[in-house]
Design a protein around this ligand. Structure first.
Ligand code: ADP
Length: 509
């Protein structure tokens, strides 16, 4: 036995842990590694959508109000400027925003980039706000007067919100995205729409997720472990118990019963093993019976032969032809028995091959009848044979002879008071059916399936008219099975039995 095989418990556990690991890995990848990318994509999408919405409302009277609404909703800074950079409308725009344009070169480069890219361009910039000193730049703006910073409508609110977004020390890692789009209103005036938003997810969120992830992992592993434990117990317990019973079966205790009801597969396995146990028990019983019967049947003629031979040797005058005939008859009986045993063991071992030929089936039956003619003359038995025409079959001639012989032999053995046996050949389409009927005591319904077993006897003490080996029906059944022929018995207790089989007719050639 291979003790290195891991048990079902270990396997289920390993699979579940593996499954959990994959899940956690996926979760970690999506939630922690990819969070940044997802967030950026979503933010960029929002920017584009916001731009679309603004464009749809560009001629509206409530444009400014609408801008504020959008800016609040998505946490955006919005600036609509002339091409030279003069702010026309704005929302949530602190002075140090990335899109608070004040240098004409910068504005020109934005416009140029957008023109080269179908009218819009999106890029990322470092930091939450532009890192500059407002006053200093004011003095540098020579070519164009610096914008009069348009007073914010809610300056306080803006500042508060922006300054709360990111902890001061994380400000340097922050990234913003700027979306620039060239637009034109219905009057034909060109403007530039600039939208910016922070796209670095808040560090605190990631930290929360990380901690959550640790908890989730721990819970998952715990769940997987308990689940593995429960599943493996459910699966393995009935199997372990079945194994225990099967060991008893292997030791030759055929009375064990497998009573696992757990789940379908185990239930089916139990039924199969139950069936195997019953069959093994039956087979063992038959084996014992066979041995007992064979020894008994061998001993009887041997005793007779010895006794007669001794009498003939010791007592003068006893050496009569009748006595010698008894010795010869008993020796023949032994031969029949030994031949039948050999036949059956060959048939059952599967070494017998059919020697098929086209032959006259009806003549074959007449030959069998001939063999019984002496008996019918002496003992008053009548064997009727009813048939219309001679038919041919393609089969093993000798083996079919054996089948017919055994069936008629049994019918005579178990014939009723009338000592009559009726053999009937019926042709139906391309099938010939042979029936052997007696009017004897019949067979009990619950014995019917057993009679084909080797050496099975319904009545252990029956007297035989003709010597049989007790293996007859077993030989019949094995031969007919080899021919793939249908066969069976119809019997009613007290009225008699009809044994029958069917063969295909040989094709006319
Ligand atoms: P046996 O030599 O005992 O007849 P078989 O194998 O030929 O052995 O038959 C098996 C058993 O089937 C018989 O012992 C008998 O109980 C039953 N049997 C067979 N043929 C008949 C029959 N024609 N009528 C009643 N019982 C029969």
């Amino acid at each position: 036995m291979n003790h290195k095989k891991s048990s079902i418990k270990v396997k289920v556990f390993m699979y579940l842990i593996g499954f959990t690991a994959v899940l956690l890995l996926l979760l970690w990848f999506l939630q922690i590694v990819q969070l940044d990318n997802f967030y950026k994509k979503i933010k960029k999408n929002q920017l584009e959508k916001a731009a679309e919405k603004l464009l749809d409302n560009i001629d509206s009277e409530n444009l400014e109000e609408y801008m504020h609404e959008l800016a609040d909703k998505y946490d955006l800074s919005i600036n609509i400027t002339t091409e030279s950079g003069k702010s026309v409308y704005k929302a949530n725009l602190p002075y140090n925003s990335h899109i608070y344009i004040y240098k004409p070169e910068q504005m020109a480069s934005f416009v140029q980039k957008a023109e080269a890219n179908n009218g819009s361009v999106m890029f990322e910039v470092g930091g939450r706000y532009r890192d500059f000193d407002f006053k200093e730049t004011e003095s540098e703006g020579e070519s164009l007067p610096p914008f009069e910073p348009i007073p914010d409508k809610e300056p306080k609110g803006d500042k508060e919100r922006f300054s709360d977004d990111i902890p001061k020390d994380k400000e340097e890692d922050a990234v913003s995205v700027v979306y620039v789009r060239l637009i034109r209103n219905t009057n034909g005036s060109d403007y530039v729409l600039l939208i910016s938003s922070l796209i670095t997810p808040v560090e605190a969120t990631i930290n929360t997720l990380r901690i959550q992830f640790v908890y989730i992992s721990a819970i998952f592993v715990l769940l997987a472990t308990s689940l593995a434990f429960i599943i493996s117990r459910l699966v393995s317990r009935p199997i372990v118990r079945i194994n225990e019973s099967a060991k008893h079966l292997a030791d030759g205790n055929f009375d064990v019963s497998f009573e696992e009801k757990g789940y379908k597969e185990v239930w089916e396995l139990s039924r199969t093993l139950d069936y195997a146990a019953v069959e093994l028990g039956r087979s063992e019983r038959l084996q014992k019976e066979l041995l007992a019967n064979v020894s008994h049947d061998l001993r009887t003629p041997l005793t007779m032969i010895t006794a007669y031979a001794e009498v003939m040797r010791d007592i003068p005058g006893e050496n009569s032809p009748e006595n010698v005939q008894v010795v010869i008859d008993e020796a023949k009986r032994l031969t029949v028995l030994v031949n039948d045993l050999l036949d059956l063991s060959k048939l059952q071992a599967g070494v017998t091959e059919l020697n098929r030929n086209v032959f006259d089936f009806t003549t074959n039956i007449l030959n069998v009848m001939n063999r019984f003619s002496k008996l019918t003359e002496q003992s008053g038995y009548t064997i009727k044979f009813e048939y219309r025409d001679n038919v041919k079959v393609y089969a093993d001639e000798y083996k079919i002879y054996q089948v017919v012989y055994n069936l008629i032999n049994n019918a005579i053995n178990y014939a009723g008071e009338d000592k009559e046996v009726v053999v009937k050949q019926i042709v139906h389409g391309n099938i010939v059916r042979l029936q052997v009927t007696d009017h004897g005591k019949g067979i009990e319904p619950d014995e019917l399936e057993n009679i084909w077993d080797r050496y099975y006897k319904v009545d252990k003490n029956h007297k035989r008219a003709v010597q049989g080996s007790g293996l007859g029906l077993s030989i019949v059944h094995n031969i007919l099975k080899l021919h793939n022929a249908k066969y069976g018995v119809d019997s009613s207790v007290g009225k008699g039995s009809t044994f029958w089989f069917e063969l295909k007719l040989a094709k006319e050639e």
